[in-house]
Write a protein of this length. Structure first.
Length: 301
């Protein structure tokens, strides 16, 4: 029986042990781990995976693109994709820093409680705190792709507007689905941030560890919110009052999730994605494909 070989391409000097362990648990027989990979150096590694096996055996080779520098990893992934031709290709999973699987899991969690799809009687209104970071950008893009109206919140209005422009220009998200708002603490009264909190159905905190992005006054302003998701696993909580292990916990009129509460779904998506790239050499799993996979898992498909 042909062994399943996963080629782990990581931009960091030492490839992620987390990603390696998940790959083994998901069924990879052999890991070929490469650190310090860039878009300029990746092609020979891809060729090695493409040309050593033929026919049906090629499906037993797959590629995982990771690393802590998400933009660099996306450049590597694009070069990997461009290297394939015709049927000579292998399955690929793109998940630097776990940003894609984490964002997909957060959107799956929100969708358990609020209709996200376009065509609903009232479009879902979502606020993404820390929306300019790797996970926040993907949460915003996935929610907007479902048809929600998404507000990208950052301490820098320029950065928030840059994310919005990029999603409109490169991802085809309708401009009407996105809004940029600045907030860096201080008084809420009368601010744009207070307004979007008051309109929010879903709030996702995806900021850096150690930053409280929604404090008690912010939660009071978000009186009608139905889902609160905090993706920060390091104290203090990104959303005051949400614990890391909360999973669909009732809290007033909302349900709340902490990072570990979302993490179970993230791990299921990650492991299923590894299986999927061995099952289909045409598979190229980025954030949108991982969300679709997560939704299939959620529905039992």
């Amino acid at each position: 029986m042909t062994k399943k070989v996963l080629i782990q391409l990581d931009g960091d000097p030492q490839p992620s042990t987390f990603d390696a362990i998940v790959a083994v648990d998901a069924g990879a027989d052999v890991l070929l781990r490469h650190g310090g990979v860039t878009a300029d150096t990746v092609v020979p590694l891809v060729h090695g995976g493409m040309f050593t096996r033929g026919g049906a055996d090629l499906a037993s080779t797959a590629i995982f693109v990771g690393g802590s520098d998400v933009a660099a990893a996306e450049g590597v992934a694009a070069r990997v994709r461009a290297t394939f031709f015709g049927p000579v290709r292998v399955g690929v999973l793109v998940d630097p820093s776990g940003a894609n699987t984490t964002a997909a899991a957060a959107v799956v969690a929100a969708g358990r409680h609020v209709p996200l799809e376009s065509g609903a009687a009232r479009p879902c209104r979502a606020v993404v705190l820390g929306g300019t970071g790797p996970v926040g950008q993907r949460v915003a893009r996935l929610l907007a792709g479902k048809g929600a109206h998404v507000v990208v919140v950052s301490r820098s209005r320029d950065r928030a507007e840059s994310v919005v422009r990029r999603l409109i220009e490169t991802r085809g998200v309708p401009a009407s689905c996105l809004e940029a708002v600045e907030h860096h603490g201080g008084c809420l009264a009368g601010s744009a941030f207070a307004r979007v909190l008051g309109e929010a159905d879903v709030i996702v905190a995806a900021g850096a560890a150690g930053a409280v992005l929604l404090d008690a006054s912010g939660r009071r302003a978000a009186a009608g919110v139905r889902v609160l998701i905090d993706l920060n696993a390091v104290p203090p909580s990104g959303i005051e009052g949400v614990s890391v292990g909360d999973k669909a916990k009732a809290d007033g009129g909302a349900v709340v999730y902490g990072a570990i509460g979302v993490g179970g779904t993230k791990m299921k998506i990650h492991k299923a994605a590894i299986s999927a790239i061995f099952a289909d050499p045409q598979a190229f799993l980025d954030a949108e494909e991982l969300l679709a996979l997560g939704e299939r898992l959620e529905s039992g498909g």
